[in-house]
Design a protein around this ligand. Structure first.
Ligand code: UDX
Ligand code: UDX
Length: 469
Protein backbone atom coordinates (compact mmCIF):
# COMPACT_ATOMS: atom_id res chain seq x y z
CA UNK A 1 0.00 0.00 0.00
CA UNK A 2 1.54 3.31 -1.13
CA UNK A 3 1.64 6.25 1.26
CA UNK A 4 -1.56 8.24 1.03
CA UNK A 5 -1.40 12.04 0.91
CA UNK A 6 -1.91 13.94 4.13
CA UNK A 7 -4.20 16.82 3.24
CA UNK A 8 -4.44 19.89 5.47
CA UNK A 9 -7.74 21.24 6.81
CA UNK A 10 -7.86 24.30 4.62
CA UNK A 11 -10.69 24.37 2.12
CA UNK A 12 -10.77 26.67 -0.88
CA UNK A 13 -13.71 27.40 -3.14
CA UNK A 14 -13.01 29.06 -6.47
CA UNK A 15 -16.13 30.99 -7.55
CA UNK A 16 -18.14 33.06 -5.05
CA UNK A 17 -21.48 32.93 -6.86
CA UNK A 18 -24.95 31.66 -5.96
CA UNK A 19 -23.53 28.18 -5.48
CA UNK A 20 -20.04 28.79 -4.01
CA UNK A 21 -21.00 31.49 -1.47
CA UNK A 22 -23.91 29.82 0.36
CA UNK A 23 -22.39 26.31 0.11
CA UNK A 24 -19.14 27.36 1.75
CA UNK A 25 -20.93 29.45 4.38
CA UNK A 26 -22.88 26.38 5.51
CA UNK A 27 -19.79 24.16 5.30
CA UNK A 28 -17.82 26.58 7.49
CA UNK A 29 -20.73 26.74 9.93
CA UNK A 30 -20.88 22.95 10.24
CA UNK A 31 -17.10 22.34 10.32
CA UNK A 32 -15.51 24.84 12.72
CA UNK A 33 -12.22 22.92 12.60
CA UNK A 34 -11.83 23.63 8.88
CA UNK A 35 -10.69 26.99 7.57
CA UNK A 36 -12.76 27.87 4.49
CA UNK A 37 -11.72 30.51 1.96
CA UNK A 38 -13.85 31.58 -1.00
CA UNK A 39 -12.07 33.34 -3.86
CA UNK A 40 -13.33 34.99 -7.02
CA UNK A 41 -11.89 37.01 -9.88
CA UNK A 42 -14.63 39.58 -9.32
CA UNK A 43 -13.25 41.99 -6.68
CA UNK A 44 -16.56 43.83 -6.35
CA UNK A 45 -18.34 40.59 -5.48
CA UNK A 46 -15.73 39.69 -2.87
CA UNK A 47 -16.04 43.17 -1.34
CA UNK A 48 -19.80 42.62 -1.12
CA UNK A 49 -19.32 39.22 0.56
CA UNK A 50 -17.14 41.05 3.09
CA UNK A 51 -19.74 43.78 3.70
CA UNK A 52 -23.16 43.96 5.35
CA UNK A 53 -24.82 43.89 1.95
CA UNK A 54 -24.16 40.41 0.54
CA UNK A 55 -24.10 40.12 -3.26
CA UNK A 56 -27.10 37.76 -3.30
CA UNK A 57 -30.39 37.63 -1.43
CA UNK A 58 -31.06 34.24 0.09
CA UNK A 59 -33.24 33.68 3.19
CA UNK A 60 -31.10 32.79 6.23
CA UNK A 61 -27.79 33.46 4.46
CA UNK A 62 -26.91 36.62 6.38
CA UNK A 63 -27.16 34.82 9.73
CA UNK A 64 -24.86 31.99 8.64
CA UNK A 65 -22.32 34.44 7.16
CA UNK A 66 -22.39 36.58 10.31
CA UNK A 67 -21.70 33.53 12.46
CA UNK A 68 -18.76 32.29 10.39
CA UNK A 69 -17.12 35.20 8.57
CA UNK A 70 -13.80 36.10 10.12
CA UNK A 71 -13.98 32.94 12.27
CA UNK A 72 -13.33 30.16 9.75
CA UNK A 73 -14.91 31.67 6.62
CA UNK A 74 -12.97 34.16 4.53
CA UNK A 75 -13.62 35.88 1.20
CA UNK A 76 -10.67 36.97 -0.89
CA UNK A 77 -9.43 37.74 -4.40
CA UNK A 78 -6.10 36.04 -3.78
CA UNK A 79 -6.63 32.93 -5.90
CA UNK A 80 -2.94 32.01 -6.05
CA UNK A 81 -2.52 32.32 -2.27
CA UNK A 82 -5.65 30.24 -1.74
CA UNK A 83 -4.43 27.46 -4.00
CA UNK A 84 -1.06 27.41 -2.23
CA UNK A 85 -2.46 27.16 1.27
CA UNK A 86 -5.51 24.91 0.79
CA UNK A 87 -5.38 21.19 0.00
CA UNK A 88 -9.11 20.72 -0.58
CA UNK A 89 -10.31 22.81 -3.50
CA UNK A 90 -13.93 23.12 -4.64
CA UNK A 91 -14.41 24.58 -8.10
CA UNK A 92 -17.66 26.45 -8.54
CA UNK A 93 -16.96 28.78 -11.44
CA UNK A 94 -19.69 29.27 -13.98
CA UNK A 95 -20.13 27.06 -17.02
CA UNK A 96 -22.49 29.10 -19.22
CA UNK A 97 -23.84 28.11 -22.60
CA UNK A 98 -21.23 28.68 -25.29
CA UNK A 99 -21.99 31.72 -27.42
CA UNK A 100 -19.40 31.20 -30.15
CA UNK A 101 -17.93 28.59 -32.48
CA UNK A 102 -18.78 24.89 -32.44
CA UNK A 103 -21.76 24.13 -30.23
CA UNK A 104 -22.73 27.83 -29.85
CA UNK A 105 -26.08 28.12 -28.08
CA UNK A 106 -25.93 24.51 -26.86
CA UNK A 107 -22.64 23.28 -25.42
CA UNK A 108 -21.19 24.32 -22.07
CA UNK A 109 -18.45 26.93 -22.27
CA UNK A 110 -15.61 25.34 -20.34
CA UNK A 111 -13.07 28.14 -20.70
CA UNK A 112 -13.31 29.28 -17.05
CA UNK A 113 -13.17 25.69 -15.96
CA UNK A 114 -9.98 24.92 -17.88
CA UNK A 115 -8.41 28.21 -16.82
CA UNK A 116 -9.10 27.31 -13.19
CA UNK A 117 -7.54 23.85 -13.63
CA UNK A 118 -4.42 25.47 -15.05
CA UNK A 119 -4.29 27.96 -12.17
CA UNK A 120 -4.45 25.12 -9.68
CA UNK A 121 -1.57 23.42 -11.49
CA UNK A 122 0.47 26.63 -11.61
CA UNK A 123 0.23 27.50 -7.92
CA UNK A 124 -0.07 24.10 -6.21
CA UNK A 125 2.82 23.23 -3.90
CA UNK A 126 1.23 20.22 -2.22
CA UNK A 127 -1.10 17.32 -3.07
CA UNK A 128 -4.70 18.42 -3.65
CA UNK A 129 -8.23 17.10 -3.74
CA UNK A 130 -10.03 19.00 -6.51
CA UNK A 131 -13.81 18.85 -6.29
CA UNK A 132 -16.17 19.62 -9.16
CA UNK A 133 -19.03 21.61 -7.65
CA UNK A 134 -20.20 23.21 -10.89
CA UNK A 135 -22.55 21.34 -13.20
CA UNK A 136 -20.42 19.92 -15.98
CA UNK A 137 -20.69 17.76 -19.06
CA UNK A 138 -20.23 14.09 -18.23
CA UNK A 139 -16.52 13.11 -18.45
CA UNK A 140 -15.19 16.60 -17.67
CA UNK A 141 -13.21 15.16 -14.77
CA UNK A 142 -11.07 13.31 -17.28
CA UNK A 143 -10.05 16.59 -18.94
CA UNK A 144 -9.42 18.11 -15.52
CA UNK A 145 -7.17 15.20 -14.54
CA UNK A 146 -5.21 15.44 -17.76
CA UNK A 147 -4.53 19.14 -17.26
CA UNK A 148 -3.60 18.67 -13.61
CA UNK A 149 -1.20 15.88 -14.47
CA UNK A 150 0.28 17.55 -17.54
CA UNK A 151 3.38 18.63 -15.64
CA UNK A 152 5.75 16.28 -13.93
CA UNK A 153 5.85 18.17 -10.61
CA UNK A 154 5.62 15.19 -8.27
CA UNK A 155 2.25 16.28 -6.91
CA UNK A 156 -0.92 14.22 -6.91
CA UNK A 157 -4.36 15.58 -7.70
CA UNK A 158 -7.50 13.59 -6.96
CA UNK A 159 -10.57 14.84 -8.82
CA UNK A 160 -13.98 14.22 -7.24
CA UNK A 161 -17.45 15.10 -8.44
CA UNK A 162 -19.77 16.59 -5.81
CA UNK A 163 -22.59 18.35 -7.66
CA UNK A 164 -24.77 20.84 -5.83
CA UNK A 165 -28.55 20.39 -5.80
CA UNK A 166 -29.56 23.51 -3.85
CA UNK A 167 -32.42 25.55 -5.25
CA UNK A 168 -32.26 29.30 -4.99
CA UNK A 169 -34.59 30.84 -2.45
CA UNK A 170 -34.21 27.77 -0.22
CA UNK A 171 -30.43 27.38 -0.52
CA UNK A 172 -29.64 27.38 3.20
CA UNK A 173 -32.42 24.93 4.01
CA UNK A 174 -31.36 22.67 1.12
CA UNK A 175 -27.70 22.80 2.16
CA UNK A 176 -28.44 22.10 5.81
CA UNK A 177 -30.85 19.29 5.04
CA UNK A 178 -30.10 17.85 1.59
CA UNK A 179 -32.11 14.94 0.12
CA UNK A 180 -28.76 13.44 -0.85
CA UNK A 181 -25.12 14.34 -1.31
CA UNK A 182 -23.33 12.74 -4.25
CA UNK A 183 -19.62 12.07 -4.09
CA UNK A 184 -18.28 10.59 -7.29
CA UNK A 185 -14.76 9.22 -7.53
CA UNK A 186 -12.53 6.90 -9.45
CA UNK A 187 -11.97 3.46 -7.99
CA UNK A 188 -8.33 3.74 -6.94
CA UNK A 189 -6.93 3.70 -3.43
CA UNK A 190 -5.97 7.37 -3.55
CA UNK A 191 -9.33 8.38 -5.01
CA UNK A 192 -11.20 6.42 -2.31
CA UNK A 193 -9.05 8.08 0.35
CA UNK A 194 -9.92 11.53 -1.02
CA UNK A 195 -13.59 10.54 -1.28
CA UNK A 196 -13.64 9.41 2.36
CA UNK A 197 -12.28 12.77 3.50
CA UNK A 198 -15.17 14.51 1.73
CA UNK A 199 -17.66 11.97 3.10
CA UNK A 200 -16.41 12.77 6.63
CA UNK A 201 -16.85 16.49 6.03
CA UNK A 202 -20.49 16.08 5.00
CA UNK A 203 -21.13 13.48 7.70
CA UNK A 204 -20.80 16.28 10.28
CA UNK A 205 -24.37 17.24 9.48
CA UNK A 206 -25.79 14.95 6.80
CA UNK A 207 -27.02 11.46 7.84
CA UNK A 208 -24.67 8.83 6.39
CA UNK A 209 -27.39 7.10 4.39
CA UNK A 210 -27.93 10.29 2.44
CA UNK A 211 -24.27 10.52 1.42
CA UNK A 212 -24.05 8.50 -1.76
CA UNK A 213 -20.66 7.44 -3.10
CA UNK A 214 -20.65 6.48 -6.75
CA UNK A 215 -18.57 6.42 -9.90
CA UNK A 216 -17.37 9.79 -11.08
CA UNK A 217 -19.13 9.65 -14.47
CA UNK A 218 -22.41 8.64 -12.86
CA UNK A 219 -22.07 11.54 -10.45
CA UNK A 220 -21.46 14.05 -13.23
CA UNK A 221 -24.34 12.71 -15.29
CA UNK A 222 -26.73 12.49 -12.32
CA UNK A 223 -26.63 16.24 -11.91
CA UNK A 224 -27.50 16.91 -15.55
CA UNK A 225 -30.17 14.20 -15.46
CA UNK A 226 -31.74 15.56 -12.25
CA UNK A 227 -32.11 19.01 -13.69
CA UNK A 228 -33.48 17.59 -16.94
CA UNK A 229 -36.09 15.51 -15.06
CA UNK A 230 -37.16 18.50 -12.94
CA UNK A 231 -37.49 20.77 -15.96
CA UNK A 232 -39.32 18.04 -17.86
CA UNK A 233 -41.98 17.90 -15.14
CA UNK A 234 -42.62 21.62 -15.51
CA UNK A 235 -42.83 21.41 -19.29
CA UNK A 236 -45.18 18.44 -18.93
CA UNK A 237 -47.61 20.28 -16.67
CA UNK A 238 -47.29 23.43 -18.79
CA UNK A 239 -48.16 21.44 -21.90
CA UNK A 240 -51.22 20.16 -20.02
CA UNK A 241 -52.10 23.76 -19.08
CA UNK A 242 -52.37 24.70 -22.76
CA UNK A 243 -54.91 21.94 -23.33
CA UNK A 244 -56.80 22.91 -20.16
CA UNK A 245 -57.31 26.39 -21.55
CA UNK A 246 -58.92 24.95 -24.68
CA UNK A 247 -61.15 22.48 -22.87
CA UNK A 248 -62.23 24.27 -19.66
CA UNK A 249 -60.32 21.75 -17.57
CA UNK A 250 -58.46 23.24 -14.60
CA UNK A 251 -54.73 22.56 -14.46
CA UNK A 252 -54.63 22.81 -10.66
CA UNK A 253 -57.24 20.08 -10.38
CA UNK A 254 -55.46 17.95 -12.96
CA UNK A 255 -52.06 18.44 -11.24
CA UNK A 256 -53.57 17.41 -7.92
CA UNK A 257 -55.15 14.35 -9.46
CA UNK A 258 -51.87 13.32 -11.11
CA UNK A 259 -49.75 14.07 -8.06
CA UNK A 260 -51.84 11.88 -5.75
CA UNK A 261 -50.42 8.86 -7.54
CA UNK A 262 -47.58 8.03 -5.18
CA UNK A 263 -45.45 6.96 -8.14
CA UNK A 264 -45.64 10.52 -9.50
CA UNK A 265 -45.83 12.57 -6.30
CA UNK A 266 -47.23 16.07 -5.78
CA UNK A 267 -44.14 18.30 -5.98
CA UNK A 268 -42.98 20.42 -8.91
CA UNK A 269 -46.29 20.30 -10.73
CA UNK A 270 -47.17 23.99 -10.66
CA UNK A 271 -48.05 25.27 -14.10
CA UNK A 272 -46.29 28.56 -14.78
CA UNK A 273 -45.23 31.04 -17.40
CA UNK A 274 -42.20 28.79 -17.80
CA UNK A 275 -39.16 27.81 -15.81
CA UNK A 276 -36.28 30.21 -15.44
CA UNK A 277 -33.05 30.23 -13.47
CA UNK A 278 -29.46 29.77 -14.47
CA UNK A 279 -29.54 25.97 -14.67
CA UNK A 280 -32.44 24.24 -16.35
CA UNK A 281 -32.15 25.61 -19.86
CA UNK A 282 -28.36 25.64 -19.89
CA UNK A 283 -28.08 22.10 -18.55
CA UNK A 284 -30.68 20.58 -20.88
CA UNK A 285 -29.10 22.22 -23.91
CA UNK A 286 -25.79 20.87 -22.76
CA UNK A 287 -27.30 17.40 -22.38
CA UNK A 288 -28.78 17.67 -25.87
CA UNK A 289 -25.39 18.65 -27.24
CA UNK A 290 -23.73 15.67 -25.58
CA UNK A 291 -26.36 13.31 -27.05
CA UNK A 292 -25.75 14.71 -30.52
CA UNK A 293 -22.01 14.36 -30.02
CA UNK A 294 -22.55 10.64 -29.48
CA UNK A 295 -24.95 10.43 -32.44
CA UNK A 296 -28.01 9.79 -30.21
CA UNK A 297 -30.31 12.06 -32.21
CA UNK A 298 -33.68 10.69 -31.02
CA UNK A 299 -32.76 11.18 -27.35
CA UNK A 300 -31.45 14.65 -28.13
CA UNK A 301 -34.76 15.60 -29.78
CA UNK A 302 -36.68 14.22 -26.82
CA UNK A 303 -34.91 16.42 -24.27
CA UNK A 304 -34.76 19.44 -26.53
CA UNK A 305 -38.56 19.43 -26.60
CA UNK A 306 -38.53 20.31 -22.88
CA UNK A 307 -36.87 23.63 -23.72
CA UNK A 308 -39.10 24.20 -26.74
CA UNK A 309 -42.27 23.79 -24.67
CA UNK A 310 -40.84 26.27 -22.18
CA UNK A 311 -40.29 28.89 -24.89
CA UNK A 312 -43.77 28.14 -26.26
CA UNK A 313 -45.36 28.65 -22.83
CA UNK A 314 -43.89 32.15 -22.55
CA UNK A 315 -45.05 33.05 -26.08
CA UNK A 316 -48.48 31.61 -25.38
CA UNK A 317 -48.89 33.70 -22.22
CA UNK A 318 -48.02 36.84 -24.13
CA UNK A 319 -50.38 35.97 -26.95
CA UNK A 320 -53.22 35.37 -24.49
CA UNK A 321 -52.61 38.83 -23.04
CA UNK A 322 -52.72 40.36 -26.48
CA UNK A 323 -55.92 38.56 -27.49
CA UNK A 324 -57.68 39.27 -24.19
CA UNK A 325 -56.90 42.96 -24.45
CA UNK A 326 -58.61 43.49 -27.81
CA UNK A 327 -55.62 42.48 -29.94
CA UNK A 328 -53.64 45.61 -29.22
CA UNK A 329 -51.28 46.50 -26.42
CA UNK A 330 -49.89 49.66 -28.00
CA UNK A 331 -49.89 52.51 -25.54
CA UNK A 332 -51.32 50.35 -22.74
CA UNK A 333 -49.67 50.36 -19.33
CA UNK A 334 -48.94 46.87 -18.08
CA UNK A 335 -47.62 46.15 -14.65
CA UNK A 336 -45.49 43.07 -13.99
CA UNK A 337 -45.80 41.77 -10.43
CA UNK A 338 -42.40 40.18 -9.88
CA UNK A 339 -39.29 39.95 -12.01
CA UNK A 340 -37.19 37.31 -10.22
CA UNK A 341 -37.26 33.84 -11.81
CA UNK A 342 -38.91 32.50 -8.66
CA UNK A 343 -39.86 33.83 -5.23
CA UNK A 344 -37.36 34.44 -2.41
CA UNK A 345 -34.44 35.34 -4.66
CA UNK A 346 -33.09 38.44 -6.33
CA UNK A 347 -31.85 36.35 -9.25
CA UNK A 348 -33.34 37.11 -12.67
CA UNK A 349 -31.19 34.82 -14.82
CA UNK A 350 -33.42 33.34 -17.56
CA UNK A 351 -36.45 34.74 -15.74
CA UNK A 352 -39.55 34.32 -17.93
CA UNK A 353 -40.43 37.88 -16.88
CA UNK A 354 -37.57 39.14 -19.09
CA UNK A 355 -39.16 37.55 -22.16
CA UNK A 356 -42.60 38.85 -21.22
CA UNK A 357 -41.30 42.38 -20.57
CA UNK A 358 -39.46 42.49 -23.91
CA UNK A 359 -42.48 40.98 -25.71
CA UNK A 360 -44.74 43.66 -24.26
CA UNK A 361 -42.30 46.38 -25.29
CA UNK A 362 -42.29 44.92 -28.82
CA UNK A 363 -46.08 45.36 -28.78
CA UNK A 364 -45.42 49.00 -27.83
CA UNK A 365 -46.88 48.66 -24.35
CA UNK A 366 -45.57 50.72 -21.44
CA UNK A 367 -44.17 48.27 -18.91
CA UNK A 368 -44.00 48.96 -15.18
CA UNK A 369 -42.10 46.40 -13.12
CA UNK A 370 -42.25 45.85 -9.39
CA UNK A 371 -40.39 43.25 -7.31
CA UNK A 372 -39.34 43.20 -3.64
CA UNK A 373 -35.76 42.01 -4.34
CA UNK A 374 -34.93 41.93 -8.03
CA UNK A 375 -35.20 45.56 -9.18
CA UNK A 376 -31.46 46.13 -8.93
CA UNK A 377 -30.87 43.27 -11.36
CA UNK A 378 -33.81 44.38 -13.53
CA UNK A 379 -32.13 47.78 -13.84
CA UNK A 380 -29.07 46.15 -15.40
CA UNK A 381 -30.97 43.75 -17.61
CA UNK A 382 -33.38 46.33 -19.03
CA UNK A 383 -31.05 49.35 -19.07
CA UNK A 384 -31.77 50.10 -22.72
CA UNK A 385 -35.54 49.77 -22.41
CA UNK A 386 -35.43 51.97 -19.31
CA UNK A 387 -33.36 54.64 -21.09
CA UNK A 388 -35.96 54.68 -23.90
CA UNK A 389 -38.77 55.09 -21.31
CA UNK A 390 -40.34 51.81 -22.41
CA UNK A 391 -39.90 50.29 -18.96
CA UNK A 392 -40.09 51.82 -15.51
CA UNK A 393 -39.22 50.19 -12.20
CA UNK A 394 -41.34 50.94 -9.14
CA UNK A 395 -40.74 49.33 -5.76
CA UNK A 396 -44.21 49.82 -4.30
CA UNK A 397 -46.77 47.47 -5.95
CA UNK A 398 -49.69 49.88 -5.38
CA UNK A 399 -47.82 52.71 -7.04
CA UNK A 400 -46.70 50.37 -9.84
CA UNK A 401 -50.26 49.27 -10.68
CA UNK A 402 -51.68 52.79 -10.48
CA UNK A 403 -53.14 53.82 -13.85
CA UNK A 404 -52.33 50.48 -15.51
CA UNK A 405 -54.62 48.53 -17.83
CA UNK A 406 -53.36 45.17 -16.65
CA UNK A 407 -51.33 43.34 -14.05
CA UNK A 408 -49.38 40.25 -15.09
CA UNK A 409 -48.13 38.19 -12.17
CA UNK A 410 -44.71 36.78 -12.97
CA UNK A 411 -43.23 35.67 -9.63
CA UNK A 412 -45.02 33.86 -6.81
CA UNK A 413 -43.91 36.24 -4.03
CA UNK A 414 -46.37 35.58 -1.15
CA UNK A 415 -46.77 39.33 -0.60
CA UNK A 416 -48.76 39.57 -3.83
CA UNK A 417 -51.47 37.48 -2.23
CA UNK A 418 -51.75 39.90 0.67
CA UNK A 419 -52.37 43.10 -1.28
CA UNK A 420 -55.60 45.10 -1.12
CA UNK A 421 -56.88 44.41 -4.64
CA UNK A 422 -59.93 46.64 -4.12
CA UNK A 423 -57.62 49.60 -3.70
CA UNK A 424 -55.56 48.48 -6.70
CA UNK A 425 -58.67 48.03 -8.85
CA UNK A 426 -59.83 51.55 -8.03
CA UNK A 427 -56.55 53.01 -9.26
CA UNK A 428 -56.44 51.12 -12.59
CA UNK A 429 -57.88 51.88 -16.04
CA UNK A 430 -61.03 49.92 -16.88
CA UNK A 431 -61.58 47.24 -17.91
CA UNK A 432 -58.82 46.15 -15.55
CA UNK A 433 -57.13 42.84 -16.36
CA UNK A 434 -55.17 40.39 -14.24
CA UNK A 435 -53.10 37.63 -15.86
CA UNK A 436 -51.90 35.26 -13.19
CA UNK A 437 -48.82 33.51 -14.53
CA UNK A 438 -48.43 31.44 -11.35
CA UNK A 439 -52.05 30.85 -10.25
CA UNK A 440 -51.15 32.53 -6.99
CA UNK A 441 -54.12 34.82 -6.46
CA UNK A 442 -57.72 34.31 -5.36
CA UNK A 443 -59.34 34.45 -8.78
CA UNK A 444 -62.97 34.40 -7.62
CA UNK A 445 -62.42 37.30 -5.25
CA UNK A 446 -60.68 39.28 -7.98
CA UNK A 447 -63.60 38.72 -10.32
CA UNK A 448 -66.00 39.90 -7.63
CA UNK A 449 -63.98 43.08 -7.29
CA UNK A 450 -64.46 43.64 -11.01
CA UNK A 451 -61.24 42.41 -12.62
CA UNK A 452 -61.15 40.46 -15.89
CA UNK A 453 -59.20 37.49 -14.54
CA UNK A 454 -57.02 35.24 -16.69
CA UNK A 455 -55.47 32.42 -14.67
CA UNK A 456 -53.11 29.95 -16.28
CA UNK A 457 -54.56 26.68 -17.53
CA UNK A 458 -58.08 27.40 -16.28
CA UNK A 459 -61.14 29.09 -17.70
CA UNK A 460 -60.94 32.89 -17.46
CA UNK A 461 -63.26 34.68 -15.04
CA UNK A 462 -64.54 37.68 -16.90
CA UNK A 463 -67.44 39.95 -16.05
CA UNK A 464 -68.12 40.77 -19.70
CA UNK A 465 -67.78 37.38 -21.46
CA UNK A 466 -64.46 38.41 -23.01
CA UNK A 467 -61.89 36.40 -24.94
CA UNK A 468 -61.48 32.75 -24.13
CA UNK A 469 -58.06 31.32 -25.06
C1 UDX B 1 -22.58 28.51 -11.65
C2 UDX B 1 -23.28 27.72 -12.73
O1 UDX B 1 -24.42 28.43 -13.13
C3 UDX B 1 -23.67 26.37 -12.28
O2 UDX B 1 -24.08 25.57 -13.33
C4 UDX B 1 -22.54 25.72 -11.71
O3 UDX B 1 -23.01 24.53 -11.15
C5 UDX B 1 -21.80 26.56 -10.70
O4 UDX B 1 -21.50 27.83 -11.22
P1 UDX B 1 -23.58 30.07 -9.85
O5 UDX B 1 -22.83 30.01 -8.58
O6 UDX B 1 -25.05 30.35 -9.80
O7 UDX B 1 -23.48 28.69 -10.61
O8 UDX B 1 -22.83 31.05 -10.86
P2 UDX B 1 -22.32 32.51 -10.58
O9 UDX B 1 -23.17 33.16 -9.56
O10 UDX B 1 -22.12 33.13 -11.92
O11 UDX B 1 -20.89 32.27 -9.89
C6 UDX B 1 -19.72 31.88 -10.54
C7 UDX B 1 -18.59 32.73 -9.99
O12 UDX B 1 -17.34 32.26 -10.50
C8 UDX B 1 -18.68 34.21 -10.38
O13 UDX B 1 -18.70 35.00 -9.22
C9 UDX B 1 -17.41 34.46 -11.20
O14 UDX B 1 -16.86 35.75 -11.02
C10 UDX B 1 -16.50 33.38 -10.68
N1 UDX B 1 -15.41 33.04 -11.61
C11 UDX B 1 -15.66 32.78 -12.91
C12 UDX B 1 -14.10 32.97 -11.12
O15 UDX B 1 -13.85 33.23 -9.96
N2 UDX B 1 -13.11 32.62 -11.99
C13 UDX B 1 -13.32 32.39 -13.30
O16 UDX B 1 -12.38 32.11 -14.05
C14 UDX B 1 -14.66 32.46 -13.78
C1 UDX C 1 -32.80 24.11 -9.84
C2 UDX C 1 -32.88 22.75 -9.17
O1 UDX C 1 -34.11 22.65 -8.45
C3 UDX C 1 -31.70 22.53 -8.25
O2 UDX C 1 -31.74 21.22 -7.70
C4 UDX C 1 -30.42 22.73 -9.03
O3 UDX C 1 -29.30 22.63 -8.18
C5 UDX C 1 -30.39 24.09 -9.72
O4 UDX C 1 -31.56 24.24 -10.53
P1 UDX C 1 -33.38 26.61 -9.13
O5 UDX C 1 -33.28 26.91 -10.58
O6 UDX C 1 -32.64 27.47 -8.17
O7 UDX C 1 -32.91 25.11 -8.84
O8 UDX C 1 -34.91 26.68 -8.68
P2 UDX C 1 -36.18 25.72 -8.87
O9 UDX C 1 -36.95 25.75 -7.62
O10 UDX C 1 -35.82 24.39 -9.38
O11 UDX C 1 -37.05 26.49 -9.98
C6 UDX C 1 -36.64 26.60 -11.32
C7 UDX C 1 -37.74 27.26 -12.13
O12 UDX C 1 -38.85 26.39 -12.28
C8 UDX C 1 -38.29 28.54 -11.51
O13 UDX C 1 -38.50 29.50 -12.52
C9 UDX C 1 -39.59 28.09 -10.92
O14 UDX C 1 -40.53 29.13 -10.79
C10 UDX C 1 -40.04 27.07 -11.94
N1 UDX C 1 -41.02 26.10 -11.41
C11 UDX C 1 -40.68 25.28 -10.39
C12 UDX C 1 -42.28 26.00 -12.00
O15 UDX C 1 -42.60 26.73 -12.95
N2 UDX C 1 -43.17 25.07 -11.51
C13 UDX C 1 -42.87 24.24 -10.49
O16 UDX C 1 -43.72 23.41 -10.11
C14 UDX C 1 -41.58 24.34 -9.90
Amino acid sequence: MGKLPDYNKNILCIGAGYVGGPTMAVLADKCPDYRVTVVDINAEKIAAWNSDELPIYEPGLTDVVKRTRGRNLFFSTDIAGGIKSCDIIFVSVNTPTKTYGEGAGMAADLQFWEKTAREILTYAESDKIVIEKSTLPVRTAQAMERILHSRDNGLSFEVLSNPEFLAEGSAIRDLENPDRVLIGSRDTERARHARDILVDIYARWVPRERIITLGIWSSELSKLASNAFLAQRISSINAISALCEKTEADVTEVARAIGLDSRIGPKFLNASIGFGGSCFKKDILNLVYIYRMYGLEECADYWEAVVKINEYQKRRFLLNMLKAMFNTLAGKRICLFGFAFKAHTSDIRESPAITIARGLVAERAQVVITDPQALKNAKWELAEEISRNEVTLVYDPYEAANGCDAIALMTEWPLYRELDYREIYQSMRKPAFIFDGRNLLDHRELKEIGFQVYPLGKPPLTTDGGFKP
